[in-house]
Design a protein around this ligand. Structure first.
Ligand code: UN1
Length: 498
């Protein structure tokens, strides 16, 4: 078994133990005998130190020309590329998803770095004509200061990267609290920043729990804004706290994403799509397909093929290249999955047509494995159909028309990702128009967003912000309007020109 990674907090360019000196263990969900890492259990004192370092570094970093900041980010992306395999292997050990997917996770961070680096030569402001002669008007972006990042375990490097790289290119400094389940991946990310030569204090990491470290980041008066990805419950609580403090907050929360399959769809393609969308990452993506809305004309045949294919998915340790689906990330998540499977059977009275059980025996006993699970006969409004599970549990809903499919798709508290399979171009465009979601895929599954398009959702999924792409720059900068008078006299807008 590989040696555990023992690391400390990364503050002001140095690796330092938590003030309280406590540490905790991080174990592999596929094999709890595998100790992946140990790291500090930090508290508010460590956050104070990290924020102080970030604040001091900000004064220098904000003045580094953005193209030069871009070169450092590009270097970080290149180091990530060189370390991709080793970082991905540790990520699979840390959170369980299969190695092909952790390679994708690291790749997403590389892509984010490349994209943000290029932004160093854009960061466009605006110029506009003004009312007066010999006067110039423009709007420019300014960095906001110290940014706090509270990140989840399901994309241990991709999500930190899509928050940090944009914040950094804009001239901000960062304090990140990784999910308690996946700190080693973020420690690797910090090593990448260190090796790339980022000035001390520009990036900082404090590991530990939400109620200690996360809370301190939110409440710290010198943290200018916070970006959070995680559960609806925590996200909404933090939004309230930030609101009371007048602190801008970006939330990317839950999903209850659906794939619609119309009767004219390319069915083999739709089948590949739903298998990947529902069971990839063990269903633990905000963008995962947790509902399958099938047109009644193709329902029975499609379900039959789906069950046959899902039954063949190989569940196991994600480091084995032949495995399709890894374990649940933790015992708690496994319990949540099993809880909803019980709700589906007893409360919703839907029909369990595949899976539903914890996998046991042999190597399975060392981890948190669960069968790919499918329910049919799910009706709109059932808990199975409404609540986010974050596991490999797919609910199939039968509909009679396109209009009904859209109604069912939209009738949830969330609106992150969505998908429709149809060969009818009119229906495809109607779906783009009518689906209430931040992302719609036509003839593709609900997962697989790329870093240069806005990422985020409507309704309960978030609070109106978008991550990735050019849109995230609005969260990490403040606009300043600038008027330059070169007439040499007092010109009064709204008065002298009337
Ligand atoms: C998430 O689900 O939390 O679009 C992020 C995707 C990935 C990112 C998912 N690129 O599925």
């Amino acid at each position: 078994m590989p040696e555990p990674k023992h690391f400390k907090n990364y503050i002001g360019g140095a690796w330092v133990e938590a003030a309280g000196g406590e540490r905790y263990e991080n174990r592999n969900p596929a094999d709890t005998e595998d100790l992946v890492s140990t790291q500090p259990s930090s508290d508010g004192r460590d956050v104070d130190a990290a924020v102080a370092a970030a604040r001091e570094a900000f004064e220098g970093w904000r003045l580094v020309p953005a193209p030069e900041r871009g070169l450092l980010i590009m270097k970080a992306a290149e180091i990530l590329k060189a370390r991709k395999e080793e970082i991905s292997q540790m990520m699979t050990r840390e959170m369980g998803k299969v190695i092909a997917e952790t390679r994708g996770d690291t790749q997403e961070a590389i892509d984010c770095g490349m994209y943000a680096a290029g932004e160093g030569r854009r960061l466009f402001g605006r110029h506009t004509p003004v009312e007066m002669r010999n006067k110039f008007g423009m709007a420019i972006r300014r960095p906001v200061g110290v940014c706090g990042m509270i990140t989840p375990w399901n994309f241990p490097i991709a999500i930190p990267s899509w928050k940090m790289f944009p914040a950094l290119i804009c001239g901000n400094t960062c304090v990140i609290k990784p999910a308690t389940l996946t700190p080693a991946s973020v420690a690797n990310f910090m090593e990448v920043f260190e090796e790339a030569g980022f000035p001390p204090g520009v990036v900082n990491m404090v590991t530990g729990g939400g109620s200690s470290v996360g809370k301190a980041i939110i409440e710290h008066p010198d943290v200018n804004r916070v970006s959070f990805t995680g559960s609806v419950e925590i996200g909404n609580m933090l939004a309230g706290q930030c609101g009371a403090l007048g602190k801008p907050f970006s939330a990317e929360l839950g999903g209850k994403n659906a794939q619609i399959v119309m009767d004219d769809a390319n069915l083999p393609l739709a089948l590949d799509g739903v298998l990947w969308g529902a069971f990839g990452t063990t269903g633990q993506r905000c963008t995962a397909t947790s509902r399958l809305i099938l047109h009644e004309k193709i329902h029975d045949g499609f379900v039959e093929k789906l069950v046959a294919r899902a039954k063949k998915l190989k569940v196991g340790n994600g480091l084995d290249e032949s495995v399709d689906m890894g374990p649940a990330v933790s015992e708690d998540q496994l319990k949540t999955d099993l809880y909803y499977i019980e709700v589906g059977q007893k409360e919703d009275k839907a029909e369990l047509v595949l899976g539903g059980k914890r996998l046991t025996g042999g190597a399975y006993d060392k981890g948190f494995f669960i069968e790919p699970t499918i329910f049919t006969g799910v009706k709109p409004g059932m808990r199975l159909e409404q609540e986010e599970i974050f596991g490999p549990v797919l609910s199939v809903i039968k509909v009679g028309s396109f209009e009904e499919a859209i109604r069912v798709q939209n009738d949830t508290a969330f609106g992150l990702s969505s998908s429709i399979y149809t060969e009818n171009v009119n229906l495809a465009f109607k779906a783009i128009q009518d689906i209430e979601a931040g992302i719609t895929y036509i003839n593709g599954p609900t997962i697989g967003a790329e870093v240069h398009l806005p990422f985020g959702g409507v309704k309960g999924t978030g609070n109106g912000h978008r991550e990735a792409s050019w849109t995230v720059l609005d969260f990490y900068t403040e606009w300043k309007s600038v008027y330059v008078e070169f007439s040499g006299k007092l010109q009064r807008a709204q008065i002298d020109n009337q």
